[in-house]
Design a binder for this molecule. Structure first.
Ligand code: MG
Ligand code: MG
Length: 267
């Protein structure tokens, strides 16, 4: 069942989402060759607790850490570990926070040092596909419209859209209805209504869409071991239109990126 949020609840969810946004900004400061993902995980946990929030993933379905850290060919759900990041890596950092009984949950794929140009392009197209999807999250449309838009945009570049993992409703639970696949058919699936809040999160592979689950029970890798990118925002429908609750602004401030990509989703 889809849980519709009031405007007051949406403001609380914005607070939770922004704690995650700021946490990703803190991580952006530290990402460089030599740093380990476990060091970054500690920074994130401390920062989230300093904001009066709780790490959203820690203990959820028994996940042991604050961040999901998925480098290169790992799609999502990787564990932080003691392996140092290397020049040329990419790393998906997915973070959750719980405050005022509401979850925030969003993700960014970072470049470590200088990254191959074809990998940079994968990141750029995946991030663009996130906004292409968000644009369809409005009253009058359905779940399939978001998935269709993301799939069409990324498959044009011959990328693979992961099927087994999807975006989701967000609220008092990390994963609520509806599921938000990054593929689909126009005009199909549940109808969007004012007060819906979802996490839209394209997981896009440079090569095949196929994936493998590792024996650790969590980590997911591309079947062809080519890189995979992942970007995630939290979005509400207000006045019929998509309203962004999370922001990459704190990351961009650190990385010196100037962007107006979020402007059309602010009311
Ligand atoms: Mg996430
Ligand atoms: Mg999510």
């Amino acid at each position: 069942m889809i849980k519709i949020k009031t405007l007051e609840e949406i403001e609380l969810m914005r607070e939770s989402a922004l704690i995650v946004s700021k946490t990703l900004g803190e991580i952006a400061k530290e990402i460089k060759p030599g740093v380990t993902t476990l060091q970054l995980d500690k920074i994130a946990e401390e920062f989230i607790r300093d904001q009066g929030a709780t790490p959203g993933f820690l203990g959820l379905y028994d996940f042991p850490n604050t961040l999901c850290m998925s480098p290169n060919e790992q799609v999502v759900h990787g564990f932080p570990n003691n392996d140092p990041l290397q020049e040329g890596d990419i790393i998906s950092v997915d973070c959750g926070a719980l405050k005022n009984e509401f979850y925030g949950d969003h993700a960014y794929t970072f470049e470590v040092g200088e990254v191959a140009s074809e990998t940079k392009k994968l990141l750029q197209i995946t991030k663009e596909s996130l906004y292409v999807g968000i644009r369809q999250f409005r009253v009058g449309n359905r779940v399939g419209d978001v998935g269709f838009a993301i799939q069409e945009y990324t498959e044009k570049h011959s990328y693979g859209v992961v099927r087994e993992l999807v975006g989701h409703g967000l609220g008092r639970k990390m994963h609520e209805d509806p599921e938000m696949p990054n593929y689909g058919k126009r005009g199909r699936g549940k109808k969007f209504k004012n007060g819906m809040v979802v996490a839209i999160e394209p997981m896009i592979n440079m090569g095949t869409h196929r994936i493998n689950h590792l024996k650790d029970g969590w980590t997911i890798k591309t079947a062809d071991l080519k890189p995979s990118a992942h970007f995630e925002h939290n979005v509400a429908i207000v006045n019929g239109k998509p309203e962004l609750l999370s922001t990459f602004k704190y990351i961009y401030d650190v990385l010196g990126i100037v962007s107006d990509e979020e402007d059309e989703f602010r009311q």
